[in-house]
Design a protein around this ligand. Structure first.
Ligand code: GTP
Ligand code: MG
Length: 366
């Protein structure tokens, strides 16, 4: 279940700089537009304090954290939806992702080129939004042409429903609004799922600021927050420049001192990873044994067999039951045996919905 977040924005706004702080892979970051052409893919470790605490108690041979994939995508420009600046290829790279991190330049610096000649994150955001929306409109129109006749001649109920949903989505796009805000029921998004519309993907905004604004934000950030109010999206304030300095520090202590100097508790990168994990609608359960303490990703709402299937499909097929310990109980009692003794281990069946933080042990036969 490798879920992917794509970093999207205008050229030269700091996407690759941010990518390099986030992931194990290295992208070329430089002060010229279209530095990135081919997407860079990296793996991010999701920091989780609970995993470390469990490991302290169990003392396993191996600790395995959760990971997600991150893709650094080339900068988009006006006309991308019509193929401008290799637009089609770049938009295709976005299509493969599950969520979007939209980077907005919110720092002044005459030495760093802005493709549109001035710093204006609201204008920048609109340029990107419009290109993604135009591309979606294209996709939606094509599908409408295909289902229209079937919907009109009646008979096929699904075709009629799909047509109705597409019409609402189309109207929304033509009004300059993204698909994720379309006034349709949540479950009805299923009818357009296979179109993998770009603006249907969940989004969060990263305001790339300079050192002076990293704590409090600045006037640009205020404008961004105001502009996305109706979108119900998270806005993070991060300085890609500072994060890249933090990333060069070797020890945990050095990094903490650096953060304290800036008046920060957590690095921007950590904040961003947690926000991205949330954006992907993922939760975490753990397995804790002497060989390995490990975090596993689940989609929120997964049943016990589905969660078991993340480890191995055989676990799902042959699922018998799960033994579940709540994270807090494990910490309180200190070991699986002590938890059992206290009667806090529960046996759950096929319909159990796994909760974030559960420590699971699966019984199955193959
Ligand atoms: N002052 C300042 N410069 C930054 C910051 N973030 C990035 N830069 C600089 O901006 C330039 C562009 O950064 P990149 O990360 O390559 O930008 P990009 O968005 O990946 O650009 P493309 O790949 O061309 O789309 C580099 O020279 C960075 O050093 C920042 O927070 N502050
Ligand atoms: Mg780049």
């Amino acid at each position: 279940m490798a879920l992917q977040c794509g970093i999207v924005g205008l050229p030269n706004v700091g996407k690759s700089t941010l990518f390099n702080c986030l992931s194990n892979a290295k992208a070329q970051a430089a002060n010229f537009p279209f530095c990135t052409i081919e997407p860079n893919v990296g793996v991010i470790t999701v920091p989780d304090e609970r995993l470390n605490k469990l490991a302290e108690l169990v003392n396993p041979q191996r600790i395995v954290p959760n990971t997600i994939e991150i893709v650094d995508i080339a900068g988009l420009v006006k006309g991308a939806s019509k193929g401008e600046g290799l637009g089609n290829q770049f938009l295709g790279n976005i299509r493969n992702t599950d969520a979007i991190i939209h980077v907005l330049r919110c720092f002044d610096n005459d030495n760093v080129i802005h493709v549109d000649g001035s710093v204006d994150p609201i204008r920048d955001k609109e340029i990107i939004d419009i290109e993604l929306q135009l591309k979606d409109l294209d996709t939606v129109n094509k599908r409408i042409q295909r289902v229209e006749k079937m919907a009109r001649t009646g008979g096929d109920k699904d075709a009629k429903k799909t047509f109705d949903i597409l019409s609402i989505v189309k109207e929304n796009l033509e009004a300059g609004k993204s698909v994720r805000t379309a006034p349709i029921e949540k479950e009805d998004f299923e009818f357009i799922d296979d179109l993998t519309l770009l603006t249907a993907k969940p989004v969060l905004y990263v305001c790339n600021v300079d050192e002076s604004a990293v704590n409090t934000g600045n006037a640009y950030v205020d404008k961004v927050k105001e502009a996305v109010k109706a979108e119900n999206a998270e806005v993070l304030i991060i300085s890609a420049q500072i994060e890249s300095e933090i990333a060069t520090l070797e020890s945990y202590e050095e990094r903490q001192l650096f953060l304290e100097d800036l008046g920060l508790q957590e690095s921007g990168v950590n904040k961003l990873i947690h926000a991205a994990y949330k954006l992907l609608k993922l939760g975490t359960y753990f397995t804790a044994g002497v060989q390995e303490v490990r975090a596993w990703p689940i989609e929120l709402g997964y049943t016990a067999p589905q969660a078991a299937g993340v480890i191995h499909t055989d676990f799902e097929k042959g699922f018998i039951r799960a033994e579940v310990i709540k994270y807090e109980d494990f910490i309180t009692f200190g070991s699986e045996a002590a938890v059992k003794e206290a009667g806090k281990l529960s046996i759950e069946g096929k319909t159990y919905i796994v909760q974030d933080g559960d420590i699971m042990h699966f019984r199955f036969n193959v």
